[in-house]
Each structure stands twice: as C-alpha cells, then as structure tokens.
Design a protein around this ligand. Structure first.
Ligand SMILES: NC(=O)c1ccc[n+]([C@@H]2O[C@H](COP(=O)([O-])OP(=O)(O)OC[C@H]3O[C@@H](n4cnc5c(N)ncnc54)[C@H](OP(=O)(O)O)[C@@H]3O)[C@@H](O)[C@H]2O)c1
Length: 232
C-alpha cells in the first residue's frame, strides 16, 4: 500500500461528511493531517477519530464565507506544520432550491465565495510554495450536478471549480504540483441528503486516488470517486 508518511494534508470541511472520510483515508496512509471546520468545536470528533492512526493532527477553523475566515485557516496552518503537501479543497455549501430567475445577487456571491473563491485563496496561499518545493497534490472537490437550474448557483460554482482547476494545472505544468478535480458521487451527507445513491463511506478509496498520484502524474483531470468502488 502506498503511504504518505511525513506528508501533511489540509482537508477543508473535515468535521463531517466527505471531508471526514477523506481525512480517515489519508490517516490510514500515515499522512499527517490538518483538519478543518467552521468552528474549533466542530473538529473535536474528527481529531478523536484520528487518534489511533499514529499520525500528527493539527486542527484549524475558519468560516470560508469571509476573507477573514479564509485567512484564519491559512494562519492556522502556519502556526501548526507551517506548510501542506496535499491541499484537499473539500468544504462546500449547497444553494437553496429556487427558480433560477429568483436567486438574488448576494446568494450567487455567497455560494461562489465558499465553493470557489475560498478554494482559490487557499491555492494561492499554498500552491506557489508547493511549486518551490517540487511537490504538491491539490484536489478540488467538484460535483456531477447537471441540468438543475433550481440549484444553479451551486452548479455554476462547481463548473467554475472545474475550469479553475484546468487553468491552474497549466500554470503548474512540469512542477510536480498536480491539481485535479474530483466528483465524489451522490453521497448520503448533510449536503447530499438521505435520498443520495451511496453511503458516505463509498467515497473511499476513490477520493484518495488524486492524492496518491506518482510524481509528474496526471494534472488538470477529473477523477470520479465512484470509478474505484471495486477496490473497496
Ligand atoms: N454529498 C454529495 O452527494 C456531494 C456530491 C457532489 C459534490 N459534493 C461536494 O463535496 C464536498 C463536501 O460535501 P459533503 O456532502 O460532505 O457536505 P457536508 O456533509 O454538508 O459537510 C460540509 C463540510 O464543509 C464545511 N463547511 C460548510 N460551510 C462552510 C463554510 N462556510 N466555511 C468553512 N467550512 C464550511 C463543514 O464544516 P462545519 O461542520 O464546520 O459546518 C463540513 O465540514 C462539497 O464541496 C460538496 O459540494 C458532495
């Protein structure tokens, strides 16, 4: 089994849902973890769950709906390991179900701030130094959502994540900083809802694939976590 010993990963939104599973999966590969939630108390359970993996765990908090919150996450990393080798941009929010005509401008902005602009700010904070070190894996969590105008702010934020990731991959070409985007599948979480197709645990092992890529592997690509179900 490929291990990530000595590496540090920041998994945003690892207090619950998909991010918690990703954190557990990385911990099982001996990766040290920076876990994150909006408030310090939200990651207590994750830290507890990670205890028996024998890795180092550092907890950060910050609400990604504001630039102050994003900065708090960056500062939290600086006061812990100082850097990350793997940036798992997982935190995200769903938009309210409503006719596309009726979404007010501030609602578009709120969704884009958490799902896209916070991700970009974290890539800006940690990407250039990954490039200098000659190693990095960035995974931006997207979605397979389509043809759902009543969730347009969410869908458009994820389409922008895809495009941003492809552009960033070109910027990072030949640097061994591999940036890819992941569709986790429709999973039973607070965001996915109880009618979702798969239990949240089914995001593993597929969600780990873009974090485990060999040096100079694929970048700017879409990974579908559910393509790897047979490996579970
Ligand atoms: N579930 C699905 O079916 C599905 C499908 C496709 C894509 N996705 C994507 O997968 C990612 C994770 O989704 P999930 O289903 O695991 O959602 P979830 O269970 O609702 O968990 C969301 C996570 O994001 C964090 N978060 C939410 N708003 C935040 C904010 N304003 N600032 C900082 N952190 C915030 C939460 O932290 P707190 O606990 O502190 O609130 C929590 O850890 C999202 O990007 C989502 O779009 C999910």
């Amino acid at each position: 089994m490929k291990l990530l010993e000595g590496k540090w990963a920041l998994v945003t939104g690892s207090s619950r849902g998909i991010g918690l599973q990703v954190a557990r999966g990385l911990a099982a590969r001996k990766c040290n973890l920076v876990v994150h939630g909006r408030k310090p108390e939200n990651t207590v359970r994750t830290v507890e769950l990670l205890k028996h993996y024998g890795i180092q765990v550092h907890s950060v908090s910050g609400d990604l709906s504001s630039s102050e919150g994003v900065q708090a996450v960056i500062d939290g990393v600086r006061s812990g390991p100082g850097h990350v080798d793997i940036l798992y941009n997982n935190a995200g929010v769903m938009s309210a179900w409503k006719p596309i005509w009726e979404v007010p401008p501030e609602e578009w902005l709120d969704i884009l701030q958490v799902n896209l602009l916070a991700m970009i700010a974290l890539c800006n904070a940690f990407g250039p130094e990954m490039k200098r070190r000659g190693y990095g894996r960035i995974i931006n969590v997207s979605s397979g959502i389509k043809d759902t105008p009543n969730l347009a702010p969410y869908g458009i934020s994820k389409a922008a994540v895809d495009k941003y990731t492809r552009d960033l991959a070109v910027e990072l070409k030949d640097s061994n900083v591999l940036v890819n985007y992941l569709d986790p599948g429709w999973l039973k979480t607070d965001l996915g809802g109880k009618d979702a197709m798969y239990p949240v645990e089914d995001v593993l092992p597929g969600a780990l694939v873009p974090a485990l890529l060999e040096d100079n592997g694929p970048s700017g690509q879409l990974f579908l976590a559910q393509d790897y179900r047979m490996l579970a």
